[in-house]
Design a protein around this ligand. Structure first.
Ligand SMILES: [Zn+2]
Ligand SMILES: [Zn+2]
Length: 240
């Protein structure tokens, strides 16, 4: 049993690492095509980002692998595969519930990690990317990686979710994690600066967090930042 749990964790770590390399590599390539010299001079930093990210991938794989094993072997979790098990309207609701729960967890743990002692111990690694690049998506100290790694594996025990909806949640998580750090905005101006952008977080918003540290802590939504007065609005890409 211990061996199959270990194998499941290792397999999941490998999947997360591959997902990171493909997603960050893909957006780094897009960056090269769109803004040729944006990462010029950042090679040493990018090497550090990749190193921390691969270590994070290993950590992310452990709870995910254990839960995946329990789901397969013992029917743990509230992941369902038959779309008829819940009403169809529940699918978008469950996706939003996952995103909101993850966002809430991220906002409060992130704010907490900006307290000086915790910042030095855990979060400074992420902010060592100045400016962050597409490779910084998982550039976290192991302590911070641990806080992120447990979220989805915990939520699957609490909120029923169709396996495809969970796949979409993980895709959104991956794409936003990379694109929010890549140093330019891929979403159209009407979205970022329009009514939807007032509530959604994209690269322009997170850039300001990396410039100023003491604001814009959210992950997907500006809800908590606005509610708590930590939303300082959109940032600027000084390298463009
Ligand atoms: Zn960041
Ligand atoms: Zn931060």
């Amino acid at each position: 049993m211990a061996v199959s749990i270990l194998l499941s964790a290792l397999a999941m770590s490998a999947i997360v690492a591959l997902r990171y390399v493909l997603a960050s590599g893909g957006f780094a390539l897009a960056t090269r095509l769109r803004h040729r010299n944006l990462y010029t001079g950042l090679d040493p930093q990018i090497r550090r980002e990749i190193g921390w990210s691969l270590l994070s991938a290993l950590i992310y794989g452990i709870p995910a692998g254990v839960v995946a094993w329990g789901w397969q072997q013992h029917g743990w979790t509230r992941i369902y595969t038959d779309i008829g098990d819940y009403p169809l309207w529940y699918v978008p609701v469950s996706i939003l519930a996952y995103l909101f729960a993850h966002d809430s967890w991220f906002y409060w743990t992130h704010r907490w990690m900006h307290r000086p002692a915790l910042f030095r111990a855990a979060h400074a690694v992420h902010h060592a990317s100045r400016p962050p690049t597409a490779w910084a998506a998982m550039s976290f100290h192991p302590w911070e990686a641990l806080t992120g790694a447990i979220v989805i594996p915990a939520l699957v025990f609490l909120i029923p979710v169709h396996v495809a909806a969970l796949g979409l949640v993980l895709t959104i998580m991956t794409v936003m994690g990379v694109s929010n750090h890549m140093g330019w905005e891929m979403f159209p101006r009407w979205l970022v600066r329009g009514p939807a952008g007032a509530w959604l977080i994209t690269a322009t918003h997170h850039q300001r967090h990396h410039d100023q540290y003491n604001c814009n802590y959210g992950l997907y939504f500006r809800f908590w930042d606005r509610l708590c007065g930590t939303d300082k609005g959109l940032g600027q890409f000084k390298r463009l």
